[in-house]
Design a protein around this ligand. Sequence first.
Ligand SMILES: [Cu+2]
Length: 518
Amino acid sequence: MSHPTVNRRDFLASGLTLAGGLSLLGAAACESDRIAAPGTATTAGPAPAVGADGDLLNPPEIRSSGGLLTAAITCGTSATLVDGRQTLQPCTYGASFPAPTLRVRPGDLMDFTFSNKIVFDQADTKPGYGRPPRATNQTNLHFHGMHVSPIGDADNMLVMVGPNQSHRYLVQIPANHPAGLFWYHAHVHGLVTNHVSRGAAGMIYVANDYTDRLAQLGIRHRLMCLQQAYYAPDLRTLIFDDGNRDDPNLALSLINGSLMPTIRMRPGEPQVWSLLNASSSAFYLLRLQGHTFDVVADDGVPLVTPRRSRDTILIPSGKRLEVVVRASTTAGSYSLSYDSYFQGVDTWPQKSIGTVVVSGVPWSGPTHPGLDASGAPEDLSGLKVKKDFQRTITLAVDPNVPEGTFGRFTINGHPWDPSYSEWTSTLGAVEEWTFVNTTEQEHPMHVHTNPFQVVAVNGAPVPFEGTQDTAIVPRFGTLTVRTRFRDFAGDPILMHCHILDHEDMGMMTSFTIEEARA
Ligand SMILES: [Cu+2]
């Protein structure tokens, strides 16, 4: 059930309501089970974040079965529980903060009905801006980092779902899709910060044989959704503004919706943690007292060269890292925390976010789960890139436009303009882009549809280690990436800063990928 193919111009002329009004399909009844039975639909609902033994749980899951994930997911703003606190005006999927995880496998079809029941949009306060001006209460979904079609009923950023309307998403995951952590979130320009900051985000985990092997080895695999919850002074109403990030009462740093959870490990036990920064703007510099992280995957794609024994890992908004943590052989409590991080304008405060408790019978199993060697990405650094495909993308601030106003942030001299495509490329092309950051702050740039390989930072070559979809462009510096378009022609393909208020203020643009001409 696809809506007609619509191009960018028709979309603009249509008044932005392309996909609204599609009827609800015959989805199965809602369930409130923490984990849905395979193949059934669910809207989940508040689920316990902590198990009976006080250990942090993974978020609730909706799982595919027999190659198909079906669900009915409702985006709504009814009150829900966040860490046991009655919370007003969140913006959730299935009334769950965070949203249910979609667990799929390569080759699966995600076929689900997405309904918009947003009532409290809070858009009368800043930053309810955008181009074109956003229509109240619109929303949609982006499948962040997934290499899937950007058109039709898949990861199509032209889809807009109006209030009390529904849309059937049909996302075919390629059989050779990498296994790892991706995510889904709202993506209506001008309302992205508003929705995502209030909870419109959930994880997508693509599992494969490697994931199965972890389970067979008895190695614990934790999915951790790192989020901020910003409260109004009433300590009940969730808001999207990150301005009170330094106030520990108004800005909560949560893991799977839980404040200061306990994470249990046995002495010497290796665990795999898949970490998502689903906040609207925070930079997380994660540290585990007395331990190090082996980073084995970046943005859902296994690293060819893992980054071993890191004391801290930096996860900007939108990014995922998957790490192996091996518990100390010494029983005890170890603080999981964020170091203070200066982004160039904002400083994210140091704070504890949880406690790892090492106790019980020492681990006697394998000391490391090994690596997922399936689908290793291609090293593009040695290829010749045609001059026509070498591009410069300039990030800037317009000092004449006040903070909090559309037009403040620009790419290539202009803020987001849905009628404008930066360039047209073709399938098969290898492209090289140099992001030039003329501003005093870091911007984590995200590109839809195709991951990229970082080849240089500030002109210094970076050894090949894998691909990413979100990478920081240094302040007053450059980031050079390469990407190859193998499949999925489409228009528009978006790129934007994943500090979502920057995106809402204009730091987004798009390009076009066409079928190769014969
Ligand atoms: Cu930015």
